[in-house]
Design a protein around this ligand. Sequence first.
Ligand code: 13P
Ligand code: SF4
Length: 319
Amino acid sequence: MEKEQLISEINRLRREKNAVIMAHYYQIPDIQDIADFIGDSLALARQAAQTDASVIVLCGVHFMGETAKIICPDKKVLVPDMNAGCSLADSCKAEDLTLWKKEHPDYKVISYVNTSAAVKALTDIVVTSGNALKIVNKLPENEKLLFGPDRNLGNYINSITGRQMELWNGACHVHSRFSVEALISLKNKYSDAKVLAHPECKQVLLQLADVVGSTQALLGYVKNHPEQNTFIIATESGILHKMQQACPEKQFIPVPPEASELTENGTPLPCACNECEYMRLNTLEKLYRCLKDETNEIMVDEDTARLALLPIQRMLQMS
Ligand code: 13P
Ligand code: SF4
């Protein structure tokens, strides 16, 4: 089907089915442009809690669909592609967390939202990149904390709050690969630019950033600084679409990833892009199909969902 026809069919179906299309900032531009709502992980969770739609199509990755389903168990939650996973969420399975908790019996568990429902069910408080600092700061200073699965976000929180949370050794393969050398060269070349980075980036890169925040916070910074013309962006490049739409006259320069593979003669081949291949699995065609056939429905078993809801509710109350 041609793009125009796909768009008109999606528009017809969402009206007929009382469906809402929610998208993360890392989605391809076509999906961002058709979404009823676009946001970071925190905004998507908040929006799911508020919607009166009967069907939620969550254009993001699997854990985002699960979070929406846990918050709205009576709604149908669909995702365009069931294979849209997350390397960070995969780095800590429920069995791993169970063992870690056993080794630290008097610790509270703080889990980043990039986790499976089963991991959330073993968690005391869920956080996102948009509220992690605020929530950790609200906890009593003598509370012992396990933080997982993102060691970069955990390190960042420890460095700002002075806490000494124990950290799970996980990372996002996209954010941990941004090249520090390339960022230093970009900073030298564009000396007036501000560097905006997501807290999933490595600590050494975050130390070179002017602003560290969630995707929504970084977009907000761009919109609120009309005097600033150039920005160097260290997060998944999907966010550049909204930044460029909001501020068409400004320049946004993505930080490239480290050279990864070697060519046949041994010279490094730069990785093609700083895109999350899981986020990019979703397409307009897949969005149309899942809405039409109501396929790819997210299911979370009742016990897991009941347990996972509590730390999500704590997060929503505390942020
Ligand atoms: P946000 O919390 O900024 O939405 O980030 C989610 C994510 O997956 C980042 O890689
Ligand atoms: Fe997961 Fe990284 Fe992709 Fe975000 S960018 S969804 S953390 S793999």
